[in-house]
Design a protein around this ligand. Structure first.
Ligand code: MEV
Length: 413
């Protein structure tokens, strides 16, 4: 199967679709049915379409993946495939995927006394939570822990952590919280202001790491070391200047969001959770770290990122493209999907940094654009090298220039 995807980026759209057909991966065009769209949101009129491409060369925990990415930005899929090839295998871990819900009590007269009585009744609160999450418990998940915290101005919060298995579990959590609130109100003689899950997903954190021989970065070992050093410095800088950290992390999210979207997950929840996590010590920092291990000539990469995603339920199960994307990933469970997404984020960041600390990103963008134009105007394989050389010499790349160059080349032939 792997050979079939060799030089996938060089194939025409028809050839790519033919390969997927031969592998029984995509037999007909799939799209979100209008009738389904009409049941999903109010005042539905159209589907917003975003291109979905496949990133190649990913190896995560020793398993090979083809990664579906939904994104409108031209260079992201190419950069992911390229970066994955350079970095090699990515090792990941995720201890647990719990979601946190909160009941916020207001007008609590004596917060310390309220917390004491809530602590004394923790078992009753847990029993109630379990009673309202029977199907999640049957699937091996359910409520795990309840904690309490007081805040200024008479607020007390009840936090509950729930293992939501492969689903997002928003409904389960909100049902649990609505069930807990009346008992909490009675016990503390206060009123529940909010009963809602939190997108601060600190109990769904993935760590993904790479160890890449620096010679993978350039044939010339000195140049390769220089690139590794500069990538390390770029991460250091992102950790001290939030202006840079935001853009650095935007590069990570190019990869993350593209897979989150392709698999039908809630990208707003992921975005909110990720940025809150990076600022947890009070300063907005880089999500990744890159270190040049000079002794062993290795580039060490690491990302630590909350990733509360699902593979079941919600819109995932009714959106055919999300289902298809999950099939392309060999139907992972939610934790495996979270690990895949974290890995794509790490790789995407690597590719952006590598471009930034060497040629700058415009060169790659230009050559990608030139390749797209070449395909569009029918440049033949044997004409490609000369065509690309001529086009990339110009200070801007556009369709009429590309057509002019091709016409001239053919005239001279
Ligand atoms: C562009 O979409 C993403 C980058 O700006 C990320 C970065 O600067 O690290 C290239």
């Amino acid at each position: 199967m792997k050979e079939k995807f060799n030089k996938f980026y060089k194939k025409t759209l028809e050839e790519r679709r033919q390969i997927l057909k031969e592998l029984n991966m995509l037999n007909e065009k799939i799209s979100l049915d209008e009738e389904i769209g009409d049941t999903m949101i109010e005042n539905y009129v159209l589907n917003m379409e975003i291109p979905l491409g496949l990133a190649m060369n990913f190896s995560i925990n020793g398993k090979e993946y083809i990664i579906p990415m939904a994104i409108e930005e031209p260079s992201v899929v190419a950069a992911a495939s390229n970066g994955a090839k350079t970095l090699g295998n990515i090792e990941t871990s995720m201890d647990r995927k719990y979601l946190i819900g909160q009941v916020v009590l207001e007008n609590v007269e004596d917060p310390d006394a309220a917390i004491k009585i809530l602590e004394e009744n923790k078992n009753s609160l847990m029993d109630l939570a379990e009673e309202h999450s029977q199907s999640m418990i049957k699937r091996g998940g359910g409520p795990k822990e309840i904690t309490f915290k007081k805040f200024d101005q008479g607020f007390v919060c009840i936090y509950i952590s729930v293992d939501t298995c492969d689903s997002m579990g928003a409904n389960t959590i909100n049902t649990i919280l609505e069930a807990l609130a009346p008992l909490a109100e009675d016990l503390t003689n206060s009123s529940a202001l909010l009963r809602i899950l939190s997108n601060h997903a600190i109990e769904s954190v993935v760590v993904a790491e790479t160890k890449t021989p620096v010679q993978n970065l350039d044939k010339d070992i000195e140049k390769a070391r220089q690139v590794a050093r500069r990538i390390e410095a770029a991460t250091k800088y992102a950790n001290i200047d939030p202006y840079r950290a935001v853009t650095h992390n935007k590069g990570v999210m190019n990869g993350v969001d593209a897979v989150v979207l392709a698999t039908g997950n809630d990208f707003r929840a992921v975005e909110a959770g990720v940025h809150a996590y990076t600022v947890r010590d009070g300063q907005y920092r880089s999500l990744t770290s890159w270190t040049f291990d000079e002794e062993n000539d290795l580039l060490l990469g690491r990302i630590e990122i909350p990733m509360a995603v699902a593979t079941l339920g919600g819109t995932i199960s009714i959106n055919p493209i999300a289902k298809w994307s999950l099939q392309v990933l060999s139907n992972p469970d939610a934790k495996e999907l979270a690990k895949i997404i974290a890995s794509v984020g790490l790789v995407q960041n690597f590719s952006a940094l590598r471009a930034l600390v060497t040629d700058g990103i415009q060169k790659g963008h230009m050559s990608l654009h030139a390749k797209t134009l070449a395909k569009q105007i029918g440049v033949k394989e044997e004409e490609m090298d000369e065509f690309m050389r001529s086009l990339l010499k110009a200070d801007k790349v556009n369709l009429s220039l590309a057509k002019g160059i091709l016409a001239k080349m053919r005239e001279e032939d």
